[in-house]
Design a protein around this ligand. Structure first.
Ligand code: ZN
Length: 448
């Protein structure tokens, strides 16, 4: 089924630091952007706690979403000019799918909540499910705008985001190992964090991209640009997304929300400030409408209220978060070092901390690239290159650089603990000097 949406008489543009201009050519796209659910994304930061390490990373989900839209739009233009479909099912580009792909690109992150990961973990929400629910719910402005195209249009958009749409070419443009989503967030996050990794030649990649039956591929001549993209992604994960300090802030945020939830349910720890917008999440009985009221600012306001709560753990964690005092960490080997981690945890307990809120294990792993492995639980769409003889070849078979990182998960396990144990105030005389010395010694052994 194909959907139609009229174009604007004159295109509109938004200025964007990554793509220079975001070109809006359909009234529908403009109408979606103007929906309240989409505008909410301005109030949610793109990279969660990364900004506590890279202070430039204040950019929002809104910018990322219009960026993914713009990349998808450029791909459609390139495919339409160079690979127009001649007859149904020839694997070339059918531009009647354009509006569907553009809407899916624009809306793919609609359901993101405040401080994404920590919030999801504590309140068991899932941004992908919420994205789909917001598109399908008749109550939302986004749904109403989409349904004006055709009553089945919201479902079709959702099926691209859920990867269940029968046309895998459309799905892969939004979601694969090299898609409009990843290309935008790598460039955008690199720009705003100010790092030099993460940059790659976007226009070259778009130039060598081509549609194929049930997917997308790249000309072999563009292999180095694709290789560069895969390495950029790898480096961004290692250097930015998995940064130990950002993870330390995330651990803190986790514990803070966990403690607030605990206090809410315990009469002996009443919250004096009502935190009414979070109440439905504390009890687990929330609606989409409740969810849409939350953003980074709302949560931060509650953190400020919690500074004055009687519960010393809640107010202390809120203070640590607001003043950026992340937990310190040490990397450890899950097999070899477990006894040391147990002893460290024991010492922290003996020093008077509640280890449920003052320690954490955090493991962050990513598989930079992998080829298709039949029978695997989470299968990946491999990156394919078109040779001059018309045959497709999988990327790691021709790129030695990509081959070296293929199928290997990278990352580490870290143990988080209060920083002051490692660096106590110099002139304080402590009853716990022996414990602290033992703690410091264990940390030193793990650091080697
Ligand atoms: Zn995204």
């Amino acid at each position: 089924m194909y959907f139609y949406s009229p174009t604007l008489k004159q295109e509109k543009v938004f200025r964007d630091p990554i793509h220079d201009h975001i070109h809006i050519q359909h009234q529908l796209i403009l109408d979606i952007i103007n929906c309240r659910e989409f505008q909410r994304l301005r109030r949610i930061k793109q990279t969660g706690t990364s900004l506590y390490t890279f202070h430039g990373a204040e950019h929002s989900r809104f910018g990322h979403c219009v960026g993914v839209y713009e990349i998808a739009r450029r791909i459609c233009d390139h495919f339409k000019r160079n690979y127009p479909s001649q007859k149904e099912g020839d694997g070339l580009w059918d531009d009647r799918n354009r509006i569907l792909v553009l809407c899916a690109a624009l809306l793919h992150d609609l359901g993101h909540g405040p401080f994404s990961h920590a919030f999801e973990k504590i309140f068991q929400t899932n941004h992908e499910d919420i994205t789909v629910a917001l598109i399908l719910s008749e109550e939302t402005e986004v749904h109403q705008v989409l349904a004006r195209v055709h009553p089945d249009f919201p479902k079709a958009v959702a099926s691209i985001i859920q990867k269940t749409h029968p046309n895998k070419q459309l799905v892969q443009l939004i979601s694969s190992q090299i898609d409009a989503d990843r290309m935008d967030y790598l460039l955008r996050d690199a720009y705003y964090t100010g790092v030099n990794y993460g940059r790659f030649d976007l226009s070259r990649i778009l130039r060598v991209m081509l549609p194929k039956k049930n997917g997308i591929a790249f000309h072999l001549s563009g292999m180095h640009a694709v290789e560069d993209y895969v390495l950029s992604r790898y480096q961004m994960y290692m250097q930015v997304y998995f940064h130990p300090v950002s993870r330390g802030v995330e651990v803190l945020l986790n514990h803070l929300l966990k403690r607030a939830k605990y206090d809410y349910g315990h009469p002996s720890h009443p919250l004096h400030h009502s935190a009414s917008l979070l109440a439905p999440f504390f009890t687990g009985d929330w609606s989409l409408e409740d969810y849409l009221k939350l953003d980074d600012g709302v949560l931060s306001t509650y953190f400020t209220h919690w500074l004055e709560e009687e519960d010393p753990i809640l107010s202390d964690l809120a203070g640590r978060f607001l003043s950026r005092k992340p937990f310190k960490s040490v990397a450890f080997d899950q097999e070899k070092d477990q006894d040391k981690i147990d002893r460290l945890t024991q010492i922290i307990k003996e020093l008077g901390y509640d280890t449920n809120y003052y320690t954490a294990l955090n493991s962050s792993y990513d598989l930079p690239y992998d080829f298709y492995r039949p029978g695997q639980k989470k299968n990946r769409t491999e990156i394919e290159l078109l040779r001059s003889d018309g045959q497709f070849i999988e990327l790691s078979l021709v790129s030695e650089v990509v081959h070296a990182i293929t199928g290997k998960a990278r990352g580490d396990n870290r143990f988080y603990f209060p920083r002051e144990i490692l660096y106590p105030e110099t002139n304080s005389v402590s009853l716990f000097n022996d414990l602290i010395a033992e703690f410091q010694q264990l940390i030193q052994q793990l650091s080697h």
